[in-house]
Design a protein around this ligand. Structure first.
Ligand SMILES: O=C(O)CCC(=O)C(=O)O
Length: 278
């Protein structure tokens, strides 16, 4: 269970670091498992035939379809520079950006971590009565080419009415300013949800392939850069993330990867998961 000080800090900042959430051995086990997932699913071969290079701001019909249908699958997504690297046939550069979005449901090792007792205790502390895991991601932040994650609120993508969504983000490697640790605007969860990312309600546009869009513009441009603070953490530490707190991560230009596992949870008791969500 979270203690009173931790709950107070979470309420004040909108995020909370929990030291030593996983052992170093467990972190290694998850890293080894993701390598197995890539290998056994033949992802490196698969991506040569899938001409989908997902880039948030450059969404195409095929990329949207690939993304939308990944909700109940274990699927690779590529770094923005992957195409260029594949074309050069440079095997030394790792190109997976993330694997999503159902490791928690389909892979026994990730399932065990996600539904662990200490996770259940955290959601009890937050007063969740019927916690539901709605997505999970393994994010690599590869050396040199790891892409930025633009400033956002998770509630924009995983909206419930009323909003009750929390992310658990677990560092599997040391995360620093050099390799693109998370950055937050403390207290920003007290503010409103700035925009939502929804399925296009206009049938004509939807049928023409414009599947997704923001209700109030791309969040990237909505925040004051000077307000962000870094949350550097060690391998095994976790960060709890309120659905409204503004956070981001910079590109990784360093030689060290920044692997993490994250999943998001909402309370199905007393809230409704929006049908407009991706
Ligand atoms: O790992 C990152 O850089 C971003 C992850 C994130 O924004 C999230 O899990 O909500």
């Amino acid at each position: 269970m979270l203690n009173e000080d931790q709950l107070k800090k979470f309420d004040q900042d909108g995020f909370l670091i929990i030291k030593d959430f996983l052992t170093k051995e467990k972190c290694q086990q998850l890293k080894t498992e993701i390598d197995k997932v890539i290998e056994t699913n033949n992802f490196l071969e698969q991506i040569k035939t899938i001409s989908v290079f997902l880039a948030d701001e450059n969404s195409t019909k095929a990329a949207d379809e690939y993304f939308l249908s990944s909700v109940d699958k274990i699927r690779p997504f590529l770094e923005g520079r992957a195409k260029e690297i594949l074309e050069k046939n440079d095997k030394s550069v790792k190109i997976f950006n993330k694997i999503g979005h159902a490791l928690h449901a389909l892979n026994p090792v990730f399932k065990e971590t996600t539904f662990d007792n200490q996770v259940k205790e955290i959601f009890k502390s937050f007063g969740y009565k019927k916690p539901i895991v709605c997505q999970s991601m393994y994010i690599f932040k590869q050396p040199f080419i790891g892409g930025e994650v633009m400033p956002h609120q998770d509630g924009s993508y995983l909206y419930t009415e009323p909003l009750k969504v929390t992310g658990i983000w677990i560092a599997l490697e040391d995360c620093t300013n050099e390799n693109g640790c998370l950055e937050f605007i403390p207290g920003s969860h007290k503010g409103p949800l700035v925009t939502r990312f929804i399925r296009n309600p206009n049938d004509e546009e939807y049928n023409a392939g414009k599947f997704l869009g923001y209700t109030n513009g791309v969040p990237k441009f909505s925040y004051d850069n000077s307000k962000f603070i870094s949350a550097e953490v060690k391998a095994g530490d976790a960060i709890l993330i309120d659905g409204l707190v503004v956070h981001r991560s910079a590109p990784n230009l360093s030689a060290k990867s920044r692997n993490i596992y994250t999943f998001h949870v909402y309370d199905a008791d007393g809230t409704e998961f929006s049908k407009q969500n991706w």
